[in-house]
Design a protein around this ligand. Sequence first.
Ligand code: PLP
Length: 383
Amino acid sequence: MWSERSAVDARENRVSRALREARACGRRVLDLTVSNPTTSGLPYDLEGLSVALRDAGTAPYRPEPLGLASAREAVARELSAGGPPLSADDVLLTSSTSEAYGFAFKLLCDPGDRVLVPEPSYPLLSHLARLESVELVPYRLRYDGAWHVDRTTLRIDSRTRAVVIINPNNPTGHFIDRGDLAAIEALGLPLIADEVFASYPLNTSSRDVRAARVAGSVLSLTLGGLSKLAGLPQLKCAWLGLAGPPAQVAVARERLELIADTYLSVSTPVQVALPRLLESKDVTAGAIRERIRENLEALQRGLAGSAASVLHVGGGWTAVLQLPDTLEDEAWVLALLLADVWVQPGFLYDFEHPSYVVVSLLTPSETLQEGVGCLVRVVGDRA
Ligand SMILES: Cc1ncc(COP(=O)(O)O)c(C=O)c1O
């Protein structure tokens, strides 16, 4: 009766069970994985937001499959700021970046087709692909003080339709370097470039940020959205920007228009408000930039001299910690939970080696600092 792609694996893994039980007994767990900007104590430009949303609710409905021109123009300005200019005609609005992935897979893939994706990376990708009956084929990322694509794993066949890059990647926080991008571009396949965290560089010069569209010789679909850019996931508005060979861009636009017309999923109020929402994003985006910088420094300071270390972070909201290989990631997470500290095990992101755990740099700074102190004690006891 049921489709394969909607199958649910409802089994709870050991770490989520342990977290649930710790919370159920009323223990105060220091959560170092907080990544919801709306519950992280960040400031918002309340005046700007209320002006943006005030009249939007009563705006007349105009079903525009690509999105209202005023909204697309605002997104085009935003995307053009960090790279080559993009026109409003090359922008399509979606209700989330996840939906934009779904549209990109519908545009490029038939059931059973393959898409190359980085590994480790964003866990939701496997669900997004399964729901479109698309098979993901990982290409490995390797760390040697910086993250690189293992180019020997960039393998395609006649059913491979596209390559995903996440720039900067979640959770490794690295921006793709020019050489790796050129190797990916040389595959000659469309690029799906997830840039949701591109406005949060930490150590990388901004010239690397819009790498995908600089590539130019292949069709690229750049994904971004309000959830990370403005810290407004609840408004449900994201986008997909097209670039590359003009004939391919034209066909992509036409087909995406039909896909988007089938759903018309982006609410009129958020589209009407979008230009003002983007103008008033800097209060929150600036506070996020400050917090991730401060938290990264606190992690580096707190772990100095311990057996744990932070891997290099180029940007984004996550940091990867390397713990001693006396335990594997699951055992480390359970040991840390006994000390009331919650971090994510690397296996959630498909790290090759089991000694990594992941923390969110969006975590309120006092919680992060207290948690790092506990982590250093646990690592000291078990190293
Ligand atoms: C790399 C990456 N892409 C996309 C998303 C989803 O963004 P949205 O909230 O716009 O669907 C996330 C959310 O965490 C993410 O980490």
